[in-house]
Design a binder for this molecule. Structure first.
Ligand code: GLC
Length: 437
């Protein structure tokens, strides 16, 4: 009897431990599998759309920072018409830019939901002249075009009567567990709604800095999202419970430690539409920044801010189209690639094909005839210009027969093959990249 019991116990322990073990290794593989599309996508379009586009002022922050009284901020609700909103046109433009995913604000820190939430009447259906759910038509269009669906959700809500912070100078309360519990119930309710209704591929939280993981219930939130969609990707702004890092506006100088990361960046200096902000980066600058992101294995999430009527400003449309010309021409060097060469090997950004046999060299400058590659210990089989196929000559210098150092590979790049933005050169190696100092 005792022996039988012991066998059962050992079997149970064994099963349990192998199960735990396999679950853990599963999770590791799972994460890589889950992150695969994100890793290959490289370019996403961020969309900040909300009532702040009516006056063209800072999204939510303008009342939080006391630049405008809350009541005046909220008056913008009346002007938010979405009367020319054409999600099909949005998605065509996003696709044209080369982006593989989009992330749209379902609710910013001002608490105004862009979908028909049942959790509160502070939503565009009930409070604005748009009178309809603005998220679903966009989600449907994205899916129809095979573009991954990302939803931005501000986990803090400065409008909610039970959220402690209202503006930077006014707090509703400091410590009140009952009111906090009410807010949490509401917050989780909304998160459940967007997860169930739209089943996003990616949830982009924001605003987590105001409370701890414990207070937000980050762990529970992650679990409920995974329950709805076990493959969902969550950004880092959930107080430690996300899948990837989100540096904002600042381009990292060296490759970040996190395996997965995404730089989110505005085209001018504003997330939402601001007609007075003409400080646009040029397409050329955006391409240079983008090239540096993918060089370091990251993505770029480039922001647009549609107007209150739903049209995308001409400056932004122009940038997306120009960017699209470049990404389409150079798609083999951009999408499905890996981080490129260490900075000392080449003067400029680079990427590597997924099988590591092709190095793509990005030339954001005029090379004046010649570029050089150091530390590559392979034989070069072929060199060509990406997007037009022209074969280029190369030579190897500093490689006497007795040296075991890699030579200096020099490639001739005639002016006639230069792209008007960044030129990309492909270098096919005799095998997987072998770097040697
Ligand atoms: C910041 C701001 C917010 C903006 C976001 C985008 O966290 O709070 O206004 O939406 O960055 O990354």
């Amino acid at each position: 009897m005792l022996k039988k019991f012991a066998i059962i116990v050992t079997t149970v322990v064994f099963l349990f431990s192998t199960n735990v073990f396999s679950q853990e290794s599963d999770n590791m593989n799972n994460k890589e599998e889950r992150m695969q599309w994100f890793n290959d996508a490289k370019l996403g379009i961020f969309i900040h759309w909300g009532i702040y586009s009516v006056n063209g002022i800072d999204e939510s922050w303008s009342f939080f920072n006391d630049y405008i009284p809350y009541e005046d901020y909220m008056k913008q609700l009346d002007g938010f018409s979405a009367s020319n909103y054409n999600p099909k046109e949005w998605v065509t433009l996003i696709e044209e830019s080369g982006a593989k995913y989009a992330v749209i604000t379902t609710k910013h820190h001002d608490g105004i939901a862009l979908w028909d939430t049942e959790m509160s009447d502070l939503n565009v259906v009930e409070k604005t002249s748009s009178k309809r759910d603005l998220i679903m038509p966009f989600v449907k269009e994205l899916r129809r075009n095979d573009i991954k669906v990302g939803l931005y959700y501000s986990i803090l809500d400065w409008s909610h009567p039970d959220y402690p912070n209202f503006t930077k100078t006014k707090k509703r309360y400091v410590d009140d567990s009952l009111r906090w519990a009410k807010f949490t119930e509401f917050n989780i309710g909304q998160i459940k709604e967007i997860s169930k209704e739209f089943n996003p591929d990616l949830l982009w939280f924001d605003g987590d800095w105001e409370q701890s993981a414990e207070k937000w219930k980050s762990k529970e939130i992650k679990a409920l999202l995974r329950e709805q969609n076990s493959d969902i990707i969550i950004n880092s702004r959930l107080q430690g419970y996300g899948d990837y890092a989100t540096p904002e506006q600042g381009l990292p100088i060296t490759k970040p430690n996190d395996k997965y990361w995404e730089l989110c960046m505005t085209m001018n200096d504003s997330w939402g539409y601001q007609g007075n902000d003409n400080n646009y980066k040029t397409t050329d600058q955006i391409i240079r920044i983008f090239s540096q992101c993918i060089w370091m294995g990251g993505n770029l999430l480039l922001d647009i801010g549609p107007k209150a009527d739903g049209t995308i400003p001409v400056e932004q449309t122009k940038i997306l189209k120009e960017l699209g010309r470049w990404t389409n021409k150079h798609e083999t060097a951009i999408f499905d690639t890996k981080a490129g060469l260490p900075a000392n090997c080449f003067f400029g950004p680079s990427t590597l094909s997924a099988d590591s046999t092709v190095v793509y060299l990005f030339l954001p400058y005029d090379p004046k005839g010649e570029i050089m590659l150091k530390g590559v210990n392979n034989k070069v089989n072929r060199v060509w210009v990406v997007g037009n196929g022209t074969k280029l000559e190369h030579n190897v210098y500093l490689k006497p027969y007795w040296s075991n150092k890699p030579g200096l590979i020099s490639i001739n790049v005639p002016d006639s093959v230069l792209d008007k933005n960044t030129t990309v050169i492909a270098v096919l190696l005799d095998g997987k990249l072998d770097l040697k100092d």
